[in-house]
Design a protein around this ligand. Structure first.
Ligand SMILES: [Zn+2]
Length: 386
Protein backbone atom coordinates (compact mmCIF):
# COMPACT_ATOMS: atom_id res chain seq x y z
CA UNK A 1 0.00 0.00 0.00
CA UNK A 2 1.31 3.43 -0.92
CA UNK A 3 0.19 6.85 0.24
CA UNK A 4 -3.56 7.31 0.41
CA UNK A 5 -5.83 10.34 0.65
CA UNK A 6 -8.96 10.51 2.73
CA UNK A 7 -11.84 11.81 0.62
CA UNK A 8 -14.80 11.41 2.96
CA UNK A 9 -16.66 9.22 5.40
CA UNK A 10 -19.60 6.86 4.96
CA UNK A 11 -21.40 5.75 8.13
CA UNK A 12 -18.37 6.95 10.08
CA UNK A 13 -15.98 4.84 7.98
CA UNK A 14 -13.09 6.83 6.44
CA UNK A 15 -13.08 6.48 2.66
CA UNK A 16 -9.61 6.76 1.09
CA UNK A 17 -8.12 6.85 -2.38
CA UNK A 18 -4.69 5.28 -2.74
CA UNK A 19 -2.24 7.12 -4.99
CA UNK A 20 -2.12 4.07 -7.31
CA UNK A 21 -5.86 4.46 -7.86
CA UNK A 22 -5.50 8.16 -8.74
CA UNK A 23 -2.96 7.15 -11.38
CA UNK A 24 -5.06 4.32 -12.78
CA UNK A 25 -8.24 6.42 -13.18
CA UNK A 26 -7.00 8.70 -16.02
CA UNK A 27 -5.34 5.67 -17.60
CA UNK A 28 -8.76 4.03 -17.72
CA UNK A 29 -10.37 7.15 -19.22
CA UNK A 30 -7.74 7.06 -21.95
CA UNK A 31 -7.90 3.27 -22.49
CA UNK A 32 -11.68 3.22 -22.77
CA UNK A 33 -11.87 6.39 -24.89
CA UNK A 34 -9.13 5.33 -27.30
CA UNK A 35 -10.53 1.84 -27.78
CA UNK A 36 -14.13 2.71 -28.62
CA UNK A 37 -13.43 2.06 -32.31
CA UNK A 38 -12.21 -1.46 -31.52
CA UNK A 39 -14.85 -2.28 -28.94
CA UNK A 40 -17.92 -1.20 -30.93
CA UNK A 41 -17.63 -3.94 -33.62
CA UNK A 42 -17.04 -6.52 -30.86
CA UNK A 43 -20.20 -5.39 -29.05
CA UNK A 44 -22.17 -5.39 -32.31
CA UNK A 45 -21.03 -8.94 -33.09
CA UNK A 46 -21.52 -10.30 -29.59
CA UNK A 47 -24.80 -8.62 -28.63
CA UNK A 48 -26.42 -8.01 -32.04
CA UNK A 49 -26.45 -4.23 -31.42
CA UNK A 50 -25.99 -1.72 -34.23
CA UNK A 51 -23.81 0.87 -32.47
CA UNK A 52 -21.96 3.36 -34.64
CA UNK A 53 -18.43 4.39 -33.77
CA UNK A 54 -18.98 7.86 -35.33
CA UNK A 55 -21.84 8.65 -32.93
CA UNK A 56 -19.68 7.70 -29.96
CA UNK A 57 -16.59 9.61 -31.01
CA UNK A 58 -18.10 12.72 -32.65
CA UNK A 59 -16.48 15.93 -31.38
CA UNK A 60 -14.16 14.35 -28.78
CA UNK A 61 -17.14 12.58 -27.28
CA UNK A 62 -14.97 9.48 -26.72
CA UNK A 63 -13.26 11.16 -23.75
CA UNK A 64 -16.60 11.96 -22.14
CA UNK A 65 -17.71 8.36 -22.72
CA UNK A 66 -14.35 7.15 -21.37
CA UNK A 67 -14.66 9.39 -18.33
CA UNK A 68 -18.23 8.30 -17.53
CA UNK A 69 -17.28 4.64 -18.01
CA UNK A 70 -14.18 4.98 -15.77
CA UNK A 71 -16.11 6.80 -13.04
CA UNK A 72 -18.85 4.14 -13.25
CA UNK A 73 -16.17 1.50 -12.83
CA UNK A 74 -14.84 3.45 -9.84
CA UNK A 75 -18.37 3.55 -8.41
CA UNK A 76 -18.81 -0.19 -8.97
CA UNK A 77 -15.61 -0.88 -7.04
CA UNK A 78 -16.72 1.45 -4.24
CA UNK A 79 -20.14 -0.26 -4.05
CA UNK A 80 -18.33 -3.61 -3.97
CA UNK A 81 -16.41 -2.45 -0.90
CA UNK A 82 -19.56 -1.10 0.71
CA UNK A 83 -21.05 -4.58 0.19
CA UNK A 84 -18.22 -6.04 2.29
CA UNK A 85 -18.61 -3.28 4.87
CA UNK A 86 -22.39 -3.67 5.17
CA UNK A 87 -22.16 -7.41 5.89
CA UNK A 88 -19.26 -6.88 8.31
CA UNK A 89 -21.23 -4.19 10.17
CA UNK A 90 -24.30 -6.44 10.31
CA UNK A 91 -22.17 -9.05 12.13
CA UNK A 92 -21.06 -6.32 14.54
CA UNK A 93 -17.51 -5.80 13.25
CA UNK A 94 -15.97 -2.36 12.97
CA UNK A 95 -14.53 -1.24 9.64
CA UNK A 96 -11.31 0.79 10.00
CA UNK A 97 -11.34 2.25 6.49
CA UNK A 98 -12.27 1.68 2.87
CA UNK A 99 -9.43 2.26 0.38
CA UNK A 100 -9.51 2.12 -3.40
CA UNK A 101 -6.22 1.22 -5.05
CA UNK A 102 -4.70 -0.23 -8.21
CA UNK A 103 -6.23 -3.69 -7.89
CA UNK A 104 -9.62 -2.53 -6.63
CA UNK A 105 -10.62 -1.80 -3.08
CA UNK A 106 -9.99 -2.88 0.48
CA UNK A 107 -12.51 -2.68 3.30
CA UNK A 108 -10.30 -3.17 6.31
CA UNK A 109 -12.01 -4.67 9.34
CA UNK A 110 -10.69 -3.55 12.73
CA UNK A 111 -10.40 -7.14 13.94
CA UNK A 112 -10.34 -10.68 12.63
CA UNK A 113 -13.70 -12.40 12.17
CA UNK A 114 -14.35 -14.76 15.07
CA UNK A 115 -16.17 -17.32 12.95
CA UNK A 116 -15.23 -18.60 9.53
CA UNK A 117 -18.81 -18.10 8.26
CA UNK A 118 -18.50 -14.38 8.99
CA UNK A 119 -15.33 -14.00 6.91
CA UNK A 120 -16.89 -16.10 4.15
CA UNK A 121 -20.03 -13.97 3.82
CA UNK A 122 -18.15 -10.68 4.23
CA UNK A 123 -15.79 -11.72 1.39
CA UNK A 124 -18.57 -12.98 -0.88
CA UNK A 125 -20.73 -9.85 -0.42
CA UNK A 126 -18.43 -7.65 -2.59
CA UNK A 127 -18.51 -9.77 -5.76
CA UNK A 128 -22.26 -10.30 -5.25
CA UNK A 129 -22.75 -6.52 -5.47
CA UNK A 130 -21.00 -6.50 -8.88
CA UNK A 131 -23.20 -9.31 -10.16
CA UNK A 132 -26.25 -7.33 -9.05
CA UNK A 133 -24.94 -4.21 -10.90
CA UNK A 134 -24.33 -6.32 -14.04
CA UNK A 135 -27.88 -7.65 -13.87
CA UNK A 136 -29.17 -4.10 -13.29
CA UNK A 137 -27.35 -2.90 -16.42
CA UNK A 138 -28.84 -5.83 -18.34
CA UNK A 139 -32.32 -4.89 -17.19
CA UNK A 140 -31.71 -1.21 -18.02
CA UNK A 141 -30.67 -2.18 -21.57
CA UNK A 142 -34.13 -3.59 -22.14
CA UNK A 143 -35.95 -0.43 -21.11
CA UNK A 144 -33.69 2.51 -22.15
CA UNK A 145 -34.29 4.35 -25.43
CA UNK A 146 -31.81 3.16 -28.05
CA UNK A 147 -29.19 5.86 -27.64
CA UNK A 148 -25.79 4.60 -28.81
CA UNK A 149 -23.93 6.30 -25.97
CA UNK A 150 -26.23 4.88 -23.30
CA UNK A 151 -26.27 1.36 -24.76
CA UNK A 152 -22.48 1.38 -25.08
CA UNK A 153 -22.00 2.53 -21.48
CA UNK A 154 -24.48 0.01 -20.06
CA UNK A 155 -22.87 -2.87 -21.99
CA UNK A 156 -19.43 -1.74 -20.89
CA UNK A 157 -20.47 -1.47 -17.26
CA UNK A 158 -22.24 -4.85 -17.34
CA UNK A 159 -19.11 -6.53 -18.73
CA UNK A 160 -16.80 -4.85 -16.20
CA UNK A 161 -19.09 -5.97 -13.41
CA UNK A 162 -18.79 -9.54 -14.63
CA UNK A 163 -14.99 -9.40 -15.07
CA UNK A 164 -14.47 -7.75 -11.66
CA UNK A 165 -16.03 -10.47 -9.48
CA UNK A 166 -14.45 -13.25 -11.57
CA UNK A 167 -10.99 -11.68 -11.08
CA UNK A 168 -11.76 -11.00 -7.43
CA UNK A 169 -12.63 -14.60 -6.70
CA UNK A 170 -9.10 -15.77 -7.62
CA UNK A 171 -7.85 -17.44 -4.42
CA UNK A 172 -5.05 -14.96 -3.67
CA UNK A 173 -4.81 -12.34 -0.91
CA UNK A 174 -5.74 -9.50 -0.97
CA UNK A 175 -8.41 -10.58 -3.47
CA UNK A 176 -11.71 -11.77 -2.03
CA UNK A 177 -11.12 -15.31 -3.25
CA UNK A 178 -8.13 -15.48 -0.87
CA UNK A 179 -10.40 -14.61 2.04
CA UNK A 180 -13.05 -17.09 0.96
CA UNK A 181 -10.34 -19.75 0.79
CA UNK A 182 -9.03 -18.84 4.23
CA UNK A 183 -12.54 -18.92 5.70
CA UNK A 184 -13.08 -22.39 4.27
CA UNK A 185 -9.67 -23.57 5.52
CA UNK A 186 -10.40 -22.14 8.98
CA UNK A 187 -13.47 -24.38 9.38
CA UNK A 188 -11.44 -27.01 11.20
CA UNK A 189 -8.11 -25.42 12.09
CA UNK A 190 -6.62 -22.26 13.57
CA UNK A 191 -6.66 -18.92 11.74
CA UNK A 192 -2.88 -18.75 11.76
CA UNK A 193 -2.58 -22.07 9.96
CA UNK A 194 -5.46 -21.35 7.57
CA UNK A 195 -3.80 -18.02 6.71
CA UNK A 196 -0.48 -19.70 5.99
CA UNK A 197 -2.10 -22.25 3.69
CA UNK A 198 -4.24 -19.66 1.89
CA UNK A 199 -1.14 -17.47 1.43
CA UNK A 200 0.78 -20.34 -0.15
CA UNK A 201 -2.11 -21.05 -2.55
CA UNK A 202 -2.29 -17.33 -3.43
CA UNK A 203 1.39 -17.07 -4.31
CA UNK A 204 1.17 -20.29 -6.34
CA UNK A 205 -1.88 -18.87 -8.10
CA UNK A 206 -0.02 -15.65 -9.00
CA UNK A 207 2.95 -17.64 -10.34
CA UNK A 208 0.63 -19.78 -12.45
CA UNK A 209 -1.07 -16.65 -13.79
CA UNK A 210 2.35 -15.23 -14.67
CA UNK A 211 3.44 -18.40 -16.48
CA UNK A 212 0.17 -18.54 -18.46
CA UNK A 213 0.69 -14.87 -19.35
CA UNK A 214 4.25 -15.52 -20.53
CA UNK A 215 3.27 -18.55 -22.61
CA UNK A 216 0.40 -16.61 -24.20
CA UNK A 217 2.61 -13.50 -24.70
CA UNK A 218 -0.07 -11.64 -22.79
CA UNK A 219 1.93 -9.03 -20.94
CA UNK A 220 -1.09 -7.41 -19.32
CA UNK A 221 -1.68 -10.77 -17.63
CA UNK A 222 1.99 -10.95 -16.62
CA UNK A 223 1.73 -7.46 -15.11
CA UNK A 224 -1.43 -8.42 -13.22
CA UNK A 225 0.25 -11.63 -11.99
CA UNK A 226 3.22 -9.58 -10.82
CA UNK A 227 1.01 -7.21 -8.83
CA UNK A 228 -1.01 -10.08 -7.39
CA UNK A 229 2.23 -11.79 -6.32
CA UNK A 230 3.63 -8.65 -4.65
CA UNK A 231 0.32 -7.89 -2.95
CA UNK A 232 -0.18 -11.53 -1.96
CA UNK A 233 3.26 -11.63 -0.36
CA UNK A 234 2.93 -8.45 1.70
CA UNK A 235 -0.73 -9.02 2.51
CA UNK A 236 -0.04 -12.61 3.62
CA UNK A 237 2.71 -11.41 5.91
CA UNK A 238 0.41 -8.76 7.36
CA UNK A 239 -2.40 -11.29 7.78
CA UNK A 240 -0.08 -13.82 9.41
CA UNK A 241 0.99 -11.14 11.90
CA UNK A 242 -2.63 -10.08 12.45
CA UNK A 243 -3.71 -13.66 13.05
CA UNK A 244 -0.79 -14.40 15.39
CA UNK A 245 -1.09 -11.17 17.42
CA UNK A 246 -4.90 -11.17 17.55
CA UNK A 247 -5.99 -9.85 20.95
CA UNK A 248 -2.41 -9.57 22.24
CA UNK A 249 -1.22 -6.39 23.99
CA UNK A 250 2.24 -4.84 24.41
CA UNK A 251 2.34 -5.81 28.11
CA UNK A 252 2.67 -9.52 27.24
CA UNK A 253 5.48 -9.11 24.70
CA UNK A 254 7.61 -6.23 26.06
CA UNK A 255 10.80 -6.55 28.11
CA UNK A 256 9.78 -5.32 31.55
CA UNK A 257 11.80 -2.68 33.41
CA UNK A 258 13.12 -5.17 35.97
CA UNK A 259 14.81 -7.17 33.22
CA UNK A 260 15.87 -4.14 31.24
CA UNK A 261 19.33 -2.63 31.31
CA UNK A 262 19.36 1.14 31.36
CA UNK A 263 22.14 3.72 31.27
CA UNK A 264 22.62 6.91 33.24
CA UNK A 265 22.36 10.26 31.43
CA UNK A 266 25.72 11.38 32.85
CA UNK A 267 27.59 8.46 31.30
CA UNK A 268 30.32 9.43 28.80
CA UNK A 269 30.08 8.04 25.28
CA UNK A 270 33.19 5.97 25.95
CA UNK A 271 31.54 4.34 28.94
CA UNK A 272 28.34 3.84 26.94
CA UNK A 273 30.27 2.01 24.21
CA UNK A 274 31.84 -0.21 26.88
CA UNK A 275 28.36 -1.13 28.14
CA UNK A 276 27.13 -1.73 24.59
CA UNK A 277 30.10 -3.94 23.84
CA UNK A 278 29.69 -5.91 27.06
CA UNK A 279 25.93 -6.47 26.78
CA UNK A 280 25.68 -6.34 22.99
CA UNK A 281 22.55 -4.17 22.85
CA UNK A 282 22.44 -1.30 20.38
CA UNK A 283 20.00 0.90 22.29
CA UNK A 284 19.22 1.82 25.90
CA UNK A 285 16.60 3.73 27.87
CA UNK A 286 18.32 6.65 29.61
CA UNK A 287 17.65 7.31 33.30
CA UNK A 288 18.35 10.55 35.20
CA UNK A 289 17.48 10.90 38.91
CA UNK A 290 15.45 7.71 38.68
CA UNK A 291 13.32 9.12 35.84
CA UNK A 292 13.14 7.88 32.27
CA UNK A 293 14.44 10.77 30.12
CA UNK A 294 15.16 9.34 26.65
CA UNK A 295 16.70 6.66 24.47
CA UNK A 296 20.27 6.42 23.25
CA UNK A 297 21.32 4.20 20.35
CA UNK A 298 24.53 3.27 18.59
CA UNK A 299 23.69 5.60 15.71
CA UNK A 300 23.38 8.52 18.21
CA UNK A 301 26.99 7.80 19.22
CA UNK A 302 28.05 7.70 15.57
CA UNK A 303 26.54 11.14 14.94
CA UNK A 304 28.15 12.71 18.04
CA UNK A 305 30.34 15.76 17.35
CA UNK A 306 33.02 15.13 19.94
CA UNK A 307 34.01 12.26 22.16
CA UNK A 308 33.64 14.26 25.40
CA UNK A 309 29.88 14.53 25.03
CA UNK A 310 27.70 12.58 27.43
CA UNK A 311 24.71 10.34 26.84
CA UNK A 312 22.47 13.32 27.74
CA UNK A 313 23.84 15.34 24.78
CA UNK A 314 23.27 12.76 22.08
CA UNK A 315 20.18 10.84 23.21
CA UNK A 316 16.70 11.34 21.76
CA UNK A 317 14.79 12.98 24.62
CA UNK A 318 11.52 11.66 25.95
CA UNK A 319 9.29 14.31 24.31
CA UNK A 320 10.55 13.44 20.85
CA UNK A 321 9.98 9.71 21.22
CA UNK A 322 7.00 7.74 19.97
CA UNK A 323 5.78 5.69 22.91
CA UNK A 324 3.15 3.02 23.49
CA UNK A 325 1.15 2.03 26.56
CA UNK A 326 1.11 -1.49 28.06
CA UNK A 327 -2.46 -1.96 26.76
CA UNK A 328 -1.67 -1.00 23.13
CA UNK A 329 -2.35 -3.79 20.61
CA UNK A 330 0.90 -5.51 19.60
CA UNK A 331 -0.06 -5.03 15.94
CA UNK A 332 -0.42 -1.24 16.45
CA UNK A 333 3.00 -1.13 18.16
CA UNK A 334 4.40 -3.08 15.21
CA UNK A 335 2.94 -0.53 12.80
CA UNK A 336 4.36 2.38 14.86
CA UNK A 337 7.83 0.80 14.82
CA UNK A 338 7.53 0.59 11.03
CA UNK A 339 6.24 4.12 10.42
CA UNK A 340 8.64 5.74 12.92
CA UNK A 341 11.46 3.60 11.55
CA UNK A 342 12.87 2.82 15.00
CA UNK A 343 14.10 -0.43 16.47
CA UNK A 344 12.39 -0.05 19.85
CA UNK A 345 9.54 1.75 21.54
CA UNK A 346 9.45 2.76 25.21
CA UNK A 347 6.36 1.48 26.99
CA UNK A 348 5.06 4.08 29.44
CA UNK A 349 2.06 4.04 31.78
CA UNK A 350 -0.46 6.89 32.25
CA UNK A 351 1.85 9.01 34.47
CA UNK A 352 4.66 8.78 31.93
CA UNK A 353 6.95 6.42 33.80
CA UNK A 354 8.79 3.70 31.95
CA UNK A 355 7.43 0.17 32.44
CA UNK A 356 9.29 -1.59 29.65
CA UNK A 357 10.59 -1.59 26.09
CA UNK A 358 9.20 -3.34 23.07
CA UNK A 359 11.54 -4.11 20.17
CA UNK A 360 11.14 -5.49 16.67
CA UNK A 361 13.08 -8.55 17.88
CA UNK A 362 10.67 -9.05 20.83
CA UNK A 363 7.78 -9.09 18.38
CA UNK A 364 9.35 -11.38 15.83
CA UNK A 365 10.31 -13.79 18.60
CA UNK A 366 6.75 -13.71 20.00
CA UNK A 367 5.41 -14.23 16.47
CA UNK A 368 7.53 -17.33 15.95
CA UNK A 369 6.50 -18.78 19.31
CA UNK A 370 2.79 -18.11 18.65
CA UNK A 371 2.84 -19.70 15.19
CA UNK A 372 4.80 -22.68 16.53
CA UNK A 373 2.31 -23.12 19.38
CA UNK A 374 -0.59 -22.97 16.89
CA UNK A 375 1.05 -25.58 14.71
CA UNK A 376 1.51 -27.75 17.78
CA UNK A 377 -2.11 -27.31 18.92
CA UNK A 378 -3.46 -28.02 15.44
CA UNK A 379 -1.42 -31.20 15.35
CA UNK A 380 -2.76 -32.23 18.76
CA UNK A 381 -6.38 -31.53 17.84
CA UNK A 382 -6.13 -33.31 14.47
CA UNK A 383 -4.58 -36.31 16.21
CA UNK A 384 -7.47 -36.27 18.70
CA UNK A 385 -10.11 -36.09 15.99
CA UNK A 386 -8.74 -39.16 14.17
ZN1 LIG B 1 -13.71 -7.32 -2.40
Amino acid sequence: MFKSYRVGTIHGIPFKLDITFLIILPVFVWLIGAQIGDVVPLFNDAFGTSLETETLTAGNREWIVGFVAAVSLFTSVALHELGHAAVALSYGYEIESITLWLLGGIAKPAELPTEWQHEFWIAVAGPVVNVVIALGCGAALVVVPASDVLVFLLLYLALLNIVLPVFNMLPAFPLDGGRVLRALLARNQSYVRATRQAAAVGKGMALLLGIVGLLAFNFVLVAIAFFVYIAATSESRQMMLDAAFEGMVVQSVMTKTGRLSTVDAALSLDELLDVMFEERHSGYPVIEDGEFVGIVTLSDVQSADSSDESVRDVMTPNEQLATVSPSTDVMDAFTTIGTEDVGRLPVVDEDGSLVGIITRTDMMRAFRVVTERQRFEDKLSSARSL
